[in-house]
Design a protein around this ligand. Structure first.
Ligand code: C5P
Length: 411
């Protein structure tokens, strides 16, 4: 579990009845070892006093941009923060963050801050469902914000619905997950990939049947995004070739959006040229319709018969063009004899490393938080299946990859 010891957490509290639960969150974060600094908006302070937070965190709780005549409070606060969490996050604060407004201490600090941000929305269900709120949430999520909730339950004034803030324990888990996903663990923050160029593929592909239908798969892209984020945190220049609908990485990683296996192939062949490492974590379709209709297939025409053809094996093609010293890593989803099947695939595709994932059970593989996987190497025999979070697996994978990289030559 991600350690919070020594983490500097900015706890933003905005004006909603759920603010009372933020006091519990402040206590849980502090108990987990974090250094918590609370920043309350004026309306939050109508629900809970700043002294409550100061008492629970042992640190001054801030409420105003103008509390100090000399220092620029928001700049200092942003620089002294490793991760920010806003709980509750009102529709108003979400809108301000989406648009970059900075008219109070919390919004100004968060505009200055460029680290991981966790938002726990709380509002009436109509405000949450409003198109504008949903657009703002999407904007922030695309920018890399992590959302926890809201959930369905009792709201203010006896109402019920979707809009209730998640419980403090859940938000605490969200903070841990955001730290893990950010790949910036204090203990392992190292620059061992500085100067390296890395290409990662992630997510599913979609193979068109007609202009509106496609063959797809359940890949969420989370594993590949974790791999890309870890490389970025370790100093690499990272290009992520990303399939549709998948999660997106935080800022700093170049994203090339693709849809079909053919587009993924083209993007990878371009970007892999001269890269130090290529990691194929994408769930590329193995088959696609031989012909995609250029008009929507109509029911009245009867049930269509789909004839499939294999897609190009991108990894095999990358292998045939690979330059000396380039490290090539594949992923394989397996249901039986995971390690043996993985070793076989590693040899067949001529890879340096292969992550063999167990799929088909709950809690592992597609969309899950954890993976049961083994890292198999062409160089060593040992490989054991174990349960990892996707961030842990990404970290271990880069530890292994970095031992395979040739020492950089100067000039
Ligand atoms: O052969 P299999 O599909 O199980 O191999 C999985 C690995 O091969 C993954 O790394 C995946 O990204 C890659 N792959 C590929 N091109 C395909 C299918 C899979 O590069 N058409």
């Amino acid at each position: 579990m991600t350690d919070l010891r020594g983490r500097r957490v900015l706890l933003g509290v905005t004006g909603g009845i759920a603010a009372y639960k933020s006091a519990l969150l402040a206590r849980s974060l502090t108990n987990a070892g974090a250094e918590v600094t609370a920043v309350l908006t004026t309306s939050a302070a109508r629900f809970v006093g700043a002294e409550t937070f100061a008492g629970l965190t042992g640190r001054l709780a801030h409420t105003s941009l103008w509390e100090s005549s000399g220092d620029v409070v928001h700049v200092q606060l942003a620089h002294d923060t490793d991760i920010a969490v806003v709980a509750p996050a009102t529709a108003n604060m979400i809108a301000k963050l989406a648009y970059g407004l900075a008219d109070d201490l919390l919004s100004a600090t968060l505009l200055e801050f460029d680290g991981p941000l966790v938002l726990a929305p709380a509002m009436h269900s109509g405000m949450w469902a409003a198109q504008v709120t949903q657009t703002n949430v999407e904007t922030l999520a695309r920018r890399g914000a992590h959302f926890v909730g809201p959930v369905t339950g009792a709201l203010a004034h006896g109402d019920e619905g979707l809009g209730r803030m998640s419980e403090p324990d859940q938000i605490l888990e969200g903070v841990r997950a955001a730290i893990a996903a950010d790949g910036s663990s204090l203990e392992t923050r190292s620059d061992d990939l500085a100067g390296r160029r890395v290409v990662v593929s992630a997510g599913p592909t979609r193979e068109p049947i007609d202009p509106v239908r496609y063959l797809g798969n359940r890949s969420s892209g989370r594993m590949g995004v974790a791999v890309a984020s870890e490389a970025f945190a370790r100093g690499a220049r990272v290009t992520l070739v990303l399939g549709p609908g998948a999660v997106r990485p935080g800022p700093g990683i170049e994203v090339v959006d693709v849809e079909t296996a053919e587009q993924m192939r083209a993007a990878l062949l371009t970007h892999a040229d001269g890269a130090d490492v290529v990691v194929m974590a994408a769930a590329v379709a193995d088959f696609r319709p031989k012909v995609a209709a250029d008009r929507k297939l109509k029911k009245e025409q009867g049930v269509p018969e789909l004839v499939l053809e294999p897609t190009p094996d991108i990894l095999v093609e990358l292998r045939s063009r690979k330059s000396d010293g380039q490290v090539l890593v594949g992923f394989a989803a397996e249901t039986d004899d995971v390690v043996a099947a993985g070793r076989d695939k590693l040899a067949r595709k001529g890879l340096d490393l292969l992550v063999a994932n167990e799929v088909g059970r709950e809690g592992t593989g597609f969309g899950a938080d954890t993976n049961d996987a083994a890292i198999i190497s062409a160089a060593t025999q040992e490989a054991a299946l174990r349960t990892w979070t996707k961030a842990e697996l990404a970290r271990e994978l880069w530890d292994r990859i970095s031992t395979l990289l040739p020492t950089p030559t100067n000039g």
